[in-house]
Design a protein around this ligand. Structure first.
Ligand code: NAP
Length: 269
């Protein structure tokens, strides 16, 4: 199937690693010029070299912290300068905090909402006017399994789940509001995906909880064999990228306001 992306442009947040990097790579393979955004310029440069080497596509970078409103305000100008127009947007930057509800700090609560839901809201508010002007565009917001299901310990998600649920609802609302402008908005919901950053972050959080060695080992065992994962497996970033890129493409012209879950039947509800 040809996705018809030659000459199109895409902005991908969190585009230097994991799902975002594989999405940018696949878009580039399909002929799109991409602008990848993340905080660390070094990782962006690595990703740019890697994608450009394998695809020969145009890859631009922008060092952006999606929790910083003043940096988000620069994004439309930077994207227009470097890409000319914005046909596709992938709001992918995000993260999860997994810990018991009573241990969640106010700082973690605020960061969880800021990096997940607020960032998607604020970026859409600044990019959609350009799409309206162009009379078209396609957006994928990346949420997460904690937004649709209660995951088992140690994936306790009182902090992250509500932010991911908000992203799902928000995407549907935007799809309805901007459908008349030929702008599609879909939400992709990954199950557990094997990205190195996710493991190292969780290990750092575990260390901060000052558990005994035995308790920490128990948590690690639960992590690798917990009930949420029964009868399934970790997904790969490429598997998620396939779905995101399809949803962005004109081949998905009748897919709008959809919640596209890729979790290999992890959700048993
Ligand atoms: N992996 C999973 O199992 C899983 C499951 C469900 C949902 N998801 C969701 O899928 C999305 C991608 O996850 P992933 O696992 O692929 O991520 P990842 O491997 O941890 O990569 C995160 C990317 O986002 C960037 N990033 C992090 N914080 C940022 C910030 N404040 N501003 C801008 N960029 C930032 C990172 O670069 P810098 O650090 O340099 O900024 C990196 O490029 C996230 O929304 C995540 O919640 C993932």
């Amino acid at each position: 199937m040809k996705l018809g992306m030659e000459g199109k442009t895409a902005v991908i947040t969190g585009g230097s690693k994991g799902i975002g990097l594989e999405t940018a790579r696949l878009l580039a393979e399909e002929g799109a010029a991409v602008l990848i955004c993340a905080r660390r310029q070094s990782a962006l440069e690595e990703a740019r070299a890697d994608i450009a080497k394998t695809t020969g596509a145009r890859v631009e970078t922008f060092s952006l912290d999606v929790t910083d409103l003043s940096q988000i305000a620069q994004l439309p100008r930077v994207a227009k300068e470097r890409l000319g127009r914005i046909d596709m947007l992938v709001n992918n930057a995000g993260t999860g905090t997994y810990k018991p509800f009573l241990e969640v700090t106010d700082e973690e609560l605020q960061y969880g909402m800021a990096i997940n839901f607020f960032a998607q809201f604020r970026i859409c508010q600044r990019i959609i006017p350009l799409m309206v002007e162009q009379n078209g565009g396609s957006i994928v917001n990346v949420a997460g399994e904690t937004g649709i299901m209660v995951t088992m310990p140690p994936f306790l998600s009182s902090c992250t789940g509500p932010a991911k649920s908000a992203e799902i609802r928000f995407s549907k609302i935007l799809a309805n509001e901007f459908g008349p402008h030929n702008i599609r908005v879909n939400c992709v919901v990954p199950g557990f995906v094997n990205t190195p950053e996710r493991f190292s972050k969780w290990e750092r959080e575990l260390a901060k909880r000052h558990l005994s060695a035995e308790e920490a080992d128990t948590e690690r065992r639960l992590w690798s064999a917990n009930n949420s994962m029964r009868n399934t497996r970790w997904g790969t970033p490429e598997e998620l990228a396939n779905l995101i890129v399809f949803a962005l493409s004109d081949r998905a012209s009748f897919v709008n306001g959809a919640v596209l879950v890729a979790d290999n039947a992890m959700d048993k509800s």
